[in-house]
Design a protein around this ligand. Structure first.
Ligand code: NAP
Length: 272
């Protein structure tokens, strides 16, 4: 989802983009990562690949480790050796969700569950393998081609289906198109470290997001049912609150990210 949005955005501004699927490049294979960097000779590598099945990771920990730890490390090394910029994506799930506010780079990660733990390990491996690494933590991402709950909610409501949404779990929604633009800006800025990138505003709950989808899409809010995160028995733990804010982006001259409601409006307008 994020890779497609990023390739589309970069092409739209005239970049020469090489977008590789898993069949083209297994990021867990260092030799392949090196060969890709030396063969394509990029100015920057943006790693959007990951093992993203949060519940599946609880039983597929090796796959999660390969894609989320070994993969970013390999690409960081390949970028270092070739001499290009490197951006890799991480997650709000590196935080445990016990803090009822916006997590910044000053907050200590405390990942829960296999997916979150491997993503945090991946951050550390990438940052320590290559001092030029830019880690972009994002969260609650939705976009075209996405199969996660936030991405398909509008489709379900359009079809008149009932939607259960959690009313007591909070995050900062992020439109993949807006994340893509910021990934490109950060690659060009080439300032290493950890950035938090989400749409701006106060954040919301899944239920609040669903209500906004109904309002903007003209769907019947009676289709929504509020549930508690405690009612769902899911294999992996998730942070109850994982809103993100960035200490650096605006200080480095980047524009504030669009409000999440604005990102959602643009997503629904192009995805109906
Ligand atoms: N979606 C969210 O809400 C969210 C929130 C926070 C952070 N993130 C992060 O954002 C990034 C992008 O997520 P997304 O939602 O766009 O994920 P996605 O749609 O699931 O795409 C991930 C892609 O990575 C590929 N991949 C997995 N292992 C690979 C490997 N070893 N080598 C090469 N490719 C591999 C997958 O291929 P296959 O389909 O073949 O497995 C898939 O195409 C990830 O780093 C994710 O952790 C996502």
């Amino acid at each position: 989802m994020v890779a497609r949005a990023t390739a589309e955005y970069c092409r739209s501004i005239g970049d020469d983009v090489v977008a590789l699927s898993r069949a083209d490049l297994d990021i867990a294979d260092l030799a392949s990562a090196r060969a890709a960097a030396n063969g394509y000779r990029p100015d920057a590598i943006i790693n959007c690949a990951a093992y993203t099945n949060v519940d599946g990771a609880e039983t597929e920990s090796e796959e999660s480790f390969s894609a989320n730890v070994t993969g970013p490390k390999n690409l960081a090394l390949a970028a270092l050796e070739f001499g290009c910029g490197f951006v890799t994506i991480s997650t709000d799930y590196v935080f445990d969700g016990a803090f009822d506010g916006f997590y910044t780079q000053r907050h200590q990660p405390s990942p829960q569950g296999v997916y979150a733990t491997t993503k945090r390990r991946g951050e550390i491996e990438a940052l320590t393998s290559n001092a030029r690494t830019i880690v972009v933590r994002s969260g609650w991402i939705y976009g075209r081609g996405g199969t996660n709950f936030l991405s398909v909610m509008g489709d379900l409501l359009r079809e008149g289906k009932q939607v259960k949404a959690i009313e007591d779990s909070y995050g900062t929604p992020t439109f993949a198109g807006d994340l893509a633009r910021r990934l490109r800006e950060l690659a060009e800025l080439d300032l290493p470290g950890i950035f938090h990138v989400t749409n701006s505003g106060e954040g919301t709950s899944y239920f609040g997001f669903a209500e906004k989808v109904c309002e903007l899409g003209g769907f019947d809010p009676a289709l929504l049912q509020a549930v508690s995160h405690a009612d769902l028995s899911r294999p992996a733990p998730r942070p109850v609150s994982s809103k993100l804010a960035c200490l650096y982006s605006e200080r480095f001259g980047l524009a504030p990210m669009p409000e999440w409601q604005d990102g959602l409006r643009r997503f629904l307008a192009t995805n109906s």
